[in-house]
Design a protein around this ligand. Structure first.
Ligand code: URA
Length: 189
């Protein structure tokens, strides 16, 4: 996917990255997860969510009844921000065409945004993840499940239980989903 992304210099993140982290998983998955940006281990390996947050994400997928190889996982920005800072608006907008193309190719019927940055970018509005986590919102023809970022639970163990509960509810939402596939992605951005 995104064969032409190699060597990308659309933003300054290109200067310090080791690898571009495009995404991983089933390219025709019904569920697509969108994180924020690669961390140190992702930058080294070129794969999303392979560090500590990724291990917890695997547990959460299990709670939701999903196997990692049946979902597609990517990030809002494909290169690591220095020191794991939040990606800047210009970096997010420079990378957005790649995310749009991934959505058009995978054509999921549910997107899971991981953390506030991904939710805000995807929905194009301010998001209070404290209030909206665990909810499914309609966005065009897509259903979007808003989640805390799994890394947040590494620093705040209380969030671990909240995330497990949310992904348990996600399992129910997935079991009740209709067969509607997104037909057009124009309305999502
Ligand atoms: N955090 C993210 O948002 N994405 C990754 O790929 C890893 C950690």
């Amino acid at each position: 996917m995104l064969d032409d992304i190699s060597g990308c210099t659309r933003c300054a993140l290109a200067e310090r990255r080791a690898r571009i982290v495009v995404g991983d998983g089933d390219a025709s998955a019904r569920v697509m997860l969108i994180g924020e940006a690669p961390g140190a281990k992702e930058d080294r390996t070129g794969k999303p969510f392979v560090g500590a947050a990724g291990r917890f994400l695997n547990e959460l997928l299990d709670v939701a009844g999903l196997r990692r190889d049946e979902v597609y996982i990517t990030n809002v920005v494909k290169c690591r921000p220095p020191g794991n800072r939040d990606p800047k608006p210009g970096e997010i907008s420079a990378c957005r065409p790649f995310l749009e193309r991934q959505l058009s190719e995978v054509r999921p019927d549910m997107v899971i945004t991981l953390g506030r940055v991904a939710a805000k970018d995807f929905l194009g509005r301010k998001v209070s993840i404290t209030h909206e986590h665990g909810t499914v919102v309609e966005h065009g023809a897509l259903r979007v499940f808003l989640s805390f970022h799994p890394a947040a639970a590494l620093y705040n163990p209380k969030l671990r239980d909240v995330l497990v509960e949310d992904f348990g509810q996600l399992r129910e939402a997935l079991e009740n989903r209709g067969g509607t596939l997104a037909t057009t992605l124009d309305q999502f951005f």
